[in-house]
Ligand binder design. Sequence first.
Ligand code: SAM
Ligand code: DTB
Ligand code: SF4
Length: 339
Amino acid sequence: MTQASSCQGSNAAVQTIELKRPTPHPKADNWSLDEIAALFDLPFNDLLFQAQLVHREHFDASRVQLSTLLSVKTGGCSEDCGYCSQSAHHEKETGLEREKLMTAEDVIDAAKIAKENGSSRFCMGAAWRGPKNKDLDEVKRMIAGVKALGLETCATFGMLKDGQAEELRDAGLDYYNHNLDTSPEKYGEIVTTHSYDDRLDTLGKVRKAGLSVCSGGIVGLGETRNDRVGLIAQLANLDPQPDSVPINNLVQIEGTPLEGKEAVDWTEFVRTIAVARITMPKSFVRLSAGRQQMDESMQALCFLAGANSIFYGDKLLTTGNPDVTRDRALFAKLDIQPL
Ligand code: SAM
Ligand code: DTB
Ligand code: SF4
């Protein structure tokens, strides 16, 4: 238990706020839904204060990791994820043009630019249910080429079959991104072509191959607070916890089933970041999609809540991201250094 006194004006009664501090050894992998819900319920300032305390035990609070994303195969995906611009199920409505798998050379050229701009990790995304064996050779060449530039490599290619994670690892892959996206209860309303267990199964294969796990979710799908609690519980109770936890704010895409969902209040997004930080103290928490729609002060609050990674570069997969000049200016104002 630690105590913090409130700011005292001359007439103000002295108030003491009791802060339950889940340190020095926060439970790494045994968070109950009630404990997580109680964190979400904390007064906003207390939650952010706790998140900062936890954050500073494991990280320099003024350093943020930079990852650059590239869509190496765009559109035409067989899956029906309701938020996604790349699903074939809603391509008539979204009008997104399909693009075939990029060549390794073109991907490596893009990675060189990301490196020059200061990124430390390059994430390659493909609109696949999972990689087909016929695509693996080209994908392995791109991974090896990006790794040879001295960048960390990350891939998000969908569900993996036995042996594929090992093949990607042997090509030079460091991280595999595969999000749980929401609670198990909500998932079936968002996606019907694969299940939550399929997602967990791939995460298990990734971990078994010795790859670093990147797994997070989306806020703003029309989910309840309980769904956000359920998502964080799933992520925090993965054993071991994910190395990297992207928290995306839904980017509403015209023509997708989730277009027009009521946006979640900014405080709830910041709370989700803070709860992720407290429950996964050693993970990088990435302030992911949706930054282009956020003002600088909201992003600053997300960093205060414990976010310490971003996507850097003017594009995510199919949608925009703040350009590098804007992010450099924000970092300068906040005295943040790239990791
Ligand atoms: N097909 C692969 C998969 O599903 O894992 C990889 C690509 S998929 C686009 C990666 C993640 O991006 C999704 O799991 C989701 O969390 C996020 N994402 C996709 N579209 C988004 C959107 N419109 N807004 C916010 N996040 C989104
Ligand atoms: C993640 O959690 N977010 C990224 C990355 N992992 C692959 C993707 C965001 C996509 C946003 C919508 C788009 O650009 O299509
Ligand atoms: Fe989009 Fe990935 Fe779902 Fe395909 S599997 S529709 S690329 S989120």
